[in-house]
Write a protein that binds this ligand. Structure first.
Ligand code: AMP
Length: 197
C-alpha cells in the first residue's frame, strides 16, 4: 500500500492536489472534512455534533474523529492500493492514532506532503471558495478561527513528521500543475511510487 497524508493550512490546496494524487496513483481519497459535511447534509446525529464545531472553526474532539476514521477505513478503504488522507491528522494525538490504525491493518504511513502557502493568500483563497461554493465555514470570522486552530494545534505536526523523516515540503503557491509536478517528483523519490501503477 501507499499511504500519504496531504498536510497544510485550510485553503492550502489539499482538496485540489488530492484529486490529482488519487487519479495519478490510483489511491483512495479520505477527506475528514468531506465525511463530516456529508453527515451534516444528511442531518445525522454525528452531523449535528460536527456542525457545532465546524461552524465555529473548531476541531472535532480527537476521540470522536479517530473513531470516525477507524470506521471509514473499515468500510471504504479495505482492499484499496493506498489512501490519501486529506485533513487528517490535525493534532499530535491524531497522528499517533493514525500510525496505530495503519499498523493494526498491517501497513504504515509512507509520506506527508506539506503544502506551504503564505497566510494572506490562504485567506484570499478561502474567501473566493466561499463565494464560489457557498461553503459555510469559508466566512471571514470562521476563517480567522480556523487559522488560529491551525497554528496552535496542527502546525506542530510539521516538526513531528520531519522528525519521523516523512515530511516533504512543497511550495503551494502558483500554478496547480507545477505544484503537482513538485509533489510527484518528491513523492516518487521518497517512496518509489510510480504514476499509473
Ligand atoms: P476541512 O474540509 O479539512 O477544511 O475541514 C473542515 C472542518 O471539519 C474543520 O475546520 C474541522 O472543524 C473539521 N475537521 C476536519 N477534519 C478534522 C480532523 N482531522 N480533526 C478535527 N476536526 C476536523
Amino acid at each position: 500500500m501507499l499511504n500519504i497524508v496531504l498536510f497544510g493550512a485550510p485553503g492550502s490546496g489539499k482538496g485540489t492536489q488530492s484529486e490529482r494524487l488519487i487519479n495519478e496513483y490510483g489511491l483512495y481519497h479520505i477527506s475528514t472534512g468531506e465525511v463530516l459535511r456529508d453527515h451534516i447534509r444528511r442531518n445525522t446525529e454525528l452531523g449535528r455534533i460536527a456542525d457545532a464545531y465546524i461552524s465555529r472553526g473548531q476541531l472535532i474532539p480527537d476521540d470522536l474523529m479517530i473513531r470516525i476514521l477507524d470506521d471509514v477505513l473499515d468500510k471504504e478503504a479495505a482492499g484499496k492500493k493506498g489512501v490519501v488522507f486529506d485533513g487528517f491528522p490535525r493534532t499530535i494525538p491524531q497522528a499517533e492514532a493514525l500510525k496505530e490504525l495503519l499498523n493494526k491493518r498491517g501497513t504504515d504511513l509512507h509520506a506527508v506532503i506539506g503544502l506551504e502557502v503564505p497566510e494572506d493568500e490562504l485567506v484570499e483563497r478561502m474567501i473566493q471558495r466561499g463565494k464560489a461554493t457557498g461553503r459555510a465555514d469559508d466566512n471571514p470570522e470562521t476563517i480567522k478561527n480556523r487559522l488560529e486552530v491551525y497554528h496552535h494545534q496542527t502546525s506542530p505536526l510539521r516538526d513531528y513528521y520531519t522528525n519521523e523523516k516523512k515530511y516533504l515540503g512543497i511550495n503551494g503557491q502558483g500554478d496547480v500543475e507545477r505544484i503537482f509536478d513538485d509533489i510527484a517528483e518528491k513523492l516518487e523519490k521518497a517512496t518509489g511510487a510510480k504514476r499509473g501503477c
